[in-house]
Design a protein around this ligand. Sequence first.
Ligand SMILES: NC(=O)c1ccc[n+]([C@@H]2O[C@H](COP(=O)([O-])OP(=O)(O)OC[C@H]3O[C@@H](n4cnc5c(N)ncnc54)[C@H](O)[C@@H]3O)[C@@H](O)[C@H]2O)c1
Length: 391
Amino acid sequence: MTTGLRVALIGTGFMGKAHSHAWRTAPRFFDLPLAPTMSVIVGTDPERTAAAAERYGWAESSTDWRAVVERDDIDVVDICSPGDTHAEIAVAALAAGKHVLCEKPLANSLHDARVMTDAAAAASGQVALCGFSYRQTPALALARELIAAGRIGTVRHVRAQYLQDWLTDPEAPATWRLDRERAGSGALGDIGAHSIDTAQWLTGSAIAEVSAVLRTLVTERPTRTEVVGLGGIGDRDAPRVPVTVDDAGAFTARFSDGALGVFEFSRMATGRRNANRIEINGDRGAIAFDFERMNELEVYDVADEAGVQGFRRVQATEAQHPYLEAWWPVGHGLGYEHTFTHEIVDLVRAIAGEPSATPDFADALQVQQVLAAVEQSDQDQGRRTAVEATT
Ligand SMILES: NC(=O)c1ccc[n+]([C@@H]2O[C@H](COP(=O)([O-])OP(=O)(O)OC[C@H]3O[C@@H](n4cnc5c(N)ncnc54)[C@H](O)[C@@H]3O)[C@@H](O)[C@H]2O)c1
């Protein structure tokens, strides 16, 4: 009989919904070594949290994460609350002997990320992963396999953009994502962090040095909010508060293996909804990906016959592609929610001792170090800034 795994999820918003779906779906489509139980969901408002429990399928609701992480009948704590809560919850959960999945970026500061990584290292037999969920996109996992197998040769260029447009309207309200105290940074930590993680994971090489510029393009926004998706509708008559994070930014990077990187991230890129793109050029080939066409990977191979060379469009929906064994006949694509289901599959397998799932807290700390170097470089007018070695 399969042993159970009792889960507590913190947060009832966007990621609370995505992770709830994933916990429900993962054991129904994948053969898992442990059987998750959706025990309790934790939020801030009792009625809304109870409604979330009912809707998403959790047995109980609570507004007290401290009490929940101490419970003997909880094995896993899944943190889906804003960045300012990550460190305190993760450290308490690890100290209480729980496995932890923490949303990205790992923390709001390098200091907190270090404390969390130390707590994970000190925990014995516990798994601690960070939710850089694009790693679990089949087309990107395929890209990683191809690059690791040498299919594009030595990597020379990494070109990454993560472009959204939900802050284009200057009247969009100031949610927690625009408050440095709560979010740590703006587009940089929210979406740029994904590009940094993806680029380093795909290439197997760390970013060693950056030169950056960050900009806040709309400096104050209305407070009153009707939250719709990530942004919402502001009230023109409401008091305005300063925006204390970046709206957009860019940096160039030198990877430790010598490759050149160019990164751009914005939540004001009009017309781009969730264009998480990456192109990597090696001396024997290249790959290109755009999450807006998430089932496709473009692959270029210099060994192709002259005259018919060009990027070919591979649909990452074949049974042999990563994670596809559980899903549909070839060509019947997957969606955003599948990446989270795969994340839960990896987590549950790691808890059962199966081959390593990523990214762990140490990987996420390394991303945090790049974020810190980008902010430092921007403060120093774009000066080339070394990324601290992870020690
Ligand atoms: N992996 C991804 O692609 C991805 C996408 C979006 C967000 N995120 C990350 O997920 C996290 C949450 O983002 P979101 O979009 O779900 O935000 P959200 O605003 O939609 O939801 C946040 C939730 O946290 C809850 N919360 C806040 N403080 C709490 C506390 N003290 N105790 C219990 N609950 C608390 C709120 O009630 C709310 O339900 C952030 O770290 C964000 O960066 C990751």
